[in-house]
Design a protein around this ligand. Sequence first.
Ligand SMILES: N[C@@H](CCC(=O)N[C@@H](CS)C(=O)NCC(=O)O)C(=O)O
Length: 253
Amino acid sequence: MLKVISFTICPFVQRITAMLEAKNLPYQVEYISLSDKPQWFLEISPNGQVPVMITENGTALFESDAIAEYLEDAYPALQEGLSAEQKALNRAWSYLGTKNYLPQCGAQSSKDGQTLKERTEKLTMAFAKVEKVLGEYRFFNSDTLSMVDLAWLPLLHRAQIIREKSGYDFLAGYPKVQAWQEALLETGLAEKTVSKDFLEKFSDFYLSEKTFLGRCKNNCSCSALNLEERCQETGCCELGEASNMDIGTGCRC
Ligand SMILES: N[C@@H](CCC(=O)N[C@@H](CS)C(=O)NCC(=O)O)C(=O)O
């Protein structure tokens, strides 16, 4: 059986479990601690990172892009009969999503409103690009799931949790991305692709008193578009340096 070596809140891992779930492939998950990586893991993971996926032949694959592409090639494709050009485009749009996992982790870790605003910029640019190409279908470029949907799922899932728990909306101003998020979340894939304690661990890390978003619990409807105006008007969140405990950008991602 396929096996994924994982870390609970890692978005790169969630992209791979999303591929496995979408293809109905049975798999096992083994969680490791990234602050105390086991020796057996270091021996099979050349970059020292999760995800690693052990294939049915016992080969350890690393780098989430390579693993996702392997799953698409080795098992019935999510979208049949794509041309080389369409495959390249799907990969490129997937990379645009995965390149924003770390910026999102960084933004979520911000200790004050100004840092959040700055760190959200790169992410916002990606949402603006994708907004322009969405709209014709239920999902990214089809009414059935593609690799691109699964690559963006971790970003959109995390954006939904942040909105629900803090009121801050990474997707404000992007109605088509919001509709795409809703369609993806309706599939139930978000819950299936993370561990049972995901929400707790995610909240402990990103929504504690150490983060701006953690302290922004008043359903304030803030976003990068209106952060200063909205917060100053309603006093809903502390904009300044409310804490000197900087947890940096780190989610170990
Ligand atoms: N380029 C890698 C990035 C994976 C990654 O950053 N994984 C993080 C967890 S989300 C990790 O293992 N961090 C531990 C470390 O870098 O030591 C991929 O796409 O698989």
